[in-house]
Design a protein around this ligand. Sequence first.
Ligand code: CA
Length: 637
Amino acid sequence: MKTNRIPALFLAILTSVIAFAVPESEAASRPNVILVMADDLGIGDVSPTNPDCKIKTPRLQRMADEGLTFLDAHTPSSVCTPTRYGLLTGRYNWRSRLARGVLSGRSEHLIPAERPTLGHLMRKAGYHTSMIGKWHLGWDWAKPDGKNIDFTKPVKNGPDINGFDRYYAHCGSLDMPPYVWVDTGKVTAQPDREEGVTKKEDRYGWYRKGPIGADFHIEKVLPHLFDKTIETVNAKAKAAKDGNPFFIYLALPAPHTPIVPVPPFKDASGMNPYADFVMQCDHHMGQLLDAVKKAGLDDNTLVMFTSDNGCSPEGNFPLLKEFGHDPSAIYRGHKADIYEGGHRVPFIARWPGKIKPGGKTKALACLTDVYSTLEAITGQERQPLGGEDGYNLLPVFDGKKSSGRGTLISHSIGGSFAIREGDWKLCLSAGSGGWSAPRENDAKKQGLPPLQLFNLKSDPGETKNLAKAKPEKVKALILLLDKQVEEGRCTFGKKVDNDRKVTFLPTGVELPKQAAKTHQGSWKPISAIHDGTFLPRPELDKITLEITGDKYLVTVVGETKTDQGTFTIDTSYTPHRMTIKGTEGPNAGKTILAIFEMKNPGAFRVCYDLTGAEFPDSFRAPKGSMRYTVGYRRPAK
Ligand SMILES: [Ca+2]
């Protein structure tokens, strides 16, 4: 091996090409996708995510038995509007202009037409796209006098500008007027009355007074929306079988207020109307799954079920507790909070042709990941905008332990932040940041510290604040949060501007000084980030490293024998790191190259470690910044 060629080989510009083979079946199957999001349904309210659940949810249990249940899935926000923003754009909501709170039923549209959404993504992949139910992201009513809505005029900038071919929706929450159906820009029936119920009149069934359409009946809304969805499935079934799949985003207004269960669910739980209403949601989900099966689409339809935030106090926690039921299960807090009860939610995925039945996963997931998952399922390349905070969940669907997501940023109704890395969670709030005790102002009055650090593994109920005991951990998490805020993304890729100046530090807390950059062990970065597309794939189980001439050729999938030996990945798919070990030749058993921070489609960093590796005497480690290019192989059409 002692030839003159060798030093030049290593000192020359290093070019690595990573090729990913996407199995044809995956990209070609193009499943229909139905995404159902409940409203204010807690992680403790359904049996798949709470063994102590006292509400009967047999259909969701069956869905879980036939699919995959996520136990550590989160909404990006603990309230409606911002979570919907995050779900549809794959981008954390607080990067948008909405810093806190939610929109009303009269608000203007939040998502600009140029911001890619799930609707655009799926339409680009040839899907028919429908949005049905509670929009709650604002749209532009005609207000000729700047105040009063003219319902005879078209609605502008609704879900249609956000990629949906068709929508059938109401604008805000179902307790926010006006109560009219809008079918792709057109009000279906003019309001013929004013309607509303006060909280005093009905603790569960209240809704704010306002105009209501002649065809709009509050207690019929939930079944009506499932009927509309089933109608759409049936209408699109033939086209779907002919290779023109559909995407339906069904956003339920339940079990949020007005909590209006109808017979036979009314009084069925033996607890309260909230529990009854959850049972009704469960029943309708069963009807929808039955309809998909009846339409002959079962194997090739991915159905996802989740919630937009934790259970609301409207569900009546004290009363449910008397029955041994906790809508937040073992977790602290509820809707609106930065605590787990605010944003850890049920997330179930069922896809008989792809997902093995009965699985449960502890993989960390955020609803912003749906974007990247559907991007991968439809075989699309990552674009400069869209899915900045999303990880592809396909590896988890396939049984892998992680999607690569190692961090999570959460956001409360009051605009408080939390950042999670592994089991550690730092809440940048003195209290709940939301509605549970202590509320932020009360916490400050009580003199509680402005930061709360919890270890969710040893303390899932967030009872022991370790911030004082672990200052280094606090510092590291604040810096991590700062980095992800400033980069405009939590995934690798080009920096993207946030839509506003994002501030996350509580009053009196300063940004710690950035520590000098260190590399683990003797790992050294070879190169900066690249701009190409990189799709981590669950079936990625081998890398070969080929050194030819002045190039490193790294080929993923398959083995290539070279004069330096064959190298394969020695780990399965650890979140941020893969290492390459020699399996033959002089470097057998030695780790010589690692791909770090392979966080997501977008980019990654290649590092090398030559400690212990055998190379010719004349060899010197490469210095300075080196260039490599990355690409992936498209499946043959
Ligand atoms: Ca909600």
